[in-house]
Design a protein. Structure first.
Length: 492
């Protein structure tokens, strides 16, 4: 079955491509090779999504060893959706990378940079497709270790501190995660996610299972940067190379949320969430705090990349808020916001990366007057900013509409009001950028040209997608609803 083989190749191609990039990637060949690999992975993810939509979920068994004895790759609506936007963002970012990496990374490190990039991509894809808990940990470490390297290559010396901080906290998160897996294995004797879901209900109220759940949730909360375990994220996004910031903001935390969903709904189940502890209420409280505090702190920033980093913390809060409603509408909003936020933040970080290349900085003082000097770049940023606010006709509106509806369905009117209020906070920090770019006098007198066309093209591909998928929601909402039905049905 071709589609089943594609499930294995989805991870194998970038994983094998990484060392090959080191061997053959001299000069521009490293960029060209990494680009071909990512676009091939993107094409396969499209094929997998089409297969799932037409024929339903399917599995691939490594070495023909059936689950739970062997490692299973499981492709369903949720995993195929996540694979699609990870590879899509990674492919578009590679167009941007040609000029950006030349500007920010020393030439002798290019092939190693692209090697780490492909390893990060392979790790993210592996986390999204595997049906084995320990395999998820292995891929988590592959993506994290290579991600630390990518962040450390930022041209600001503070990138080293950001990478080290991420390494320490990421290692703590991974340790909690693997301890949780070990406890579940001790209680059930299996690592396969589907098999875990079958065996856990038979154990009843088991202390080892509860302990494993707590370790898993803490570890994943660190990985997704859920408040108050978000301290690694602002520095990592601010000081990483521009294309790395775009990739991490658009995909890394989203894959963590994917695992969050898998373990909460597929493994432990909806009854565990509702009946055992007040888990939904705990996650809702943390999500609201994240949305409010992330937005408030974003307003106070003087560095636009740091502003976007704190905005990401708020957006993660929205996603977890949708999960905490534990209903079809809320889960649909959470899943579709994984995709929508990837588009929005991808545009913003790419646009600011273009500003960094031309002006040499990303503080507000550097973007003064750029609305006239870099019109295409700043126009794309504005489109993404409108989407972040939730203006109708953009992807951001779709997500927030579903979150508000989910809150109303649960009778939580104050939560619906908070979602709308934090959207107004987004108006404030997006307007600060618009005001500086279009209404302030430039600081420098010398001419500043528009970014090179590959960078502008990459930015506008995602900007157009923000509008396209905001107006035509059949694909995104359809897949998100199918994924939500599966998650809720699997937990009953």
């Amino acid at each position: 079955m071709i589609s089943a083989n594609m499930a294995a190749l989805q991870v194998a191609v970038p994983l094998i491509g990484a060392p090959l990039c080191t061997l053959i990637g001299r000069g521009t060949r490293a960029w060209l090779f990494a680009t071909l690999v990512t676009w091939f992975a993107f094409a396969m993810s499209i094929g997998l999504l089409v297969e799932v939509m037409q024929n339903g979920a399917f599995s691939y068994y490594m070495g023909n060893w059936p689950a739970p004895w062997g490692i299973e790759y499981r492709v369903d609506h949720l995993s195929a959706f996540v694979l699609l936007f990870i590879t899509g963002i990674a492919s578009v970012v590679m167009l941007f990378a040609y000029n950006s990496v030349e500007n920010e990374i020393a030439a002798d490190k290019h092939r190693l940079f692209y090697t780490a990039y492909l390893l990060t991509l392979a790790g993210l894809l592996g986390m999204a497709i595997t049906g084995d808990a320990f395999n998820a940990f292995v891929f988590m470490e592959i993506s994290s270790l290579s991600g630390y390297v990518l962040i450390s290559l930022g041209r600001d010396r503070r990138a080293l501190f950001a990478s080290y901080q991420y390494l320490v906290l990421g290692t703590i998160g991974a340790t909690f995660f693997v301890i949780g897996i070990g406890l579940l294995y001790m209680a059930t004797g299996t690592l396969n996610l589907a098999d875990l879901a079958t065996r856990l209900p038979r154990l009843g109220e088991n202390f080892v299972v509860f302990a494993g759940f707590v370790f898993l949730m803490v570890g994943l909360s660190l990985k997704v940067a859920l408040f108050p375990l978000h301290l690694w994220l602002p520095n990592a996004y601010t000081y990483a190379p521009s294309m790395v910031s775009a990739l991490l903001a658009a995909s890394a935390t989203k894959v963590g949320v994917y695992l969050f969903l898998r373990f909460l709904f597929d493994v432990f189940g909806i009854r565990f969430i509702i009946d055992t502890w007040p888990l939904a209420e705990i996650f809702m409280a943390l999500a609201i705090i994240a949305a409010v505090m992330g937005s408030l702190v974003a307003i106070t920033q003087i560095n636009v990349k740091r502003l976007l980093a704190y905005s990401s913390i708020a957006q993660i809060g929205y996603i977890v808020l949708g999960i905490s409603f534990v209903n079809l509408t809320g889960l649909t909003g959470a899943v579709v916001h994984l995709f929508n936020h990837a588009l929005m933040k991808g545009v913003m970080f790419l646009a600011i990366g273009s500003v960094l290349m031309r002006v040499g900085g990303t503080r507000f003082v550097h973007i003064r007057g750029l609305g006239k000097r870099m019109p295409m770049t700043m126009a794309a940023f504005v489109i993404a900013g409108l989407s972040m606010i939730g203006v109708p006709g953009t992807v951001g509106f779709v997500s927030k509409w579903y979150l508000v509806l989910a809150a109303i369905e649960r009778g939580l009117w104050p939560v619906a009001i908070i979602v709308m209020a934090t959207s107004l906070m987004a108006v404030v920090y997006v307007w600060r950028v618009v005001e500086a770019a279009y209404f302030a006098e430039p600081e420098a007198n010398h001419e500043i040209a528009e970014a090179p066309w590959p960078m502008v093209t990459a930015t506008w591909i995602l900007a157009i997608a923000c509008i396209l998928f905001g107006l035509t929601t059949d694909l995104t909402i359809g897949v998100a609803q199918s994924a939500a039905v599966m998650l809720l049905g699997g937990g009953q």
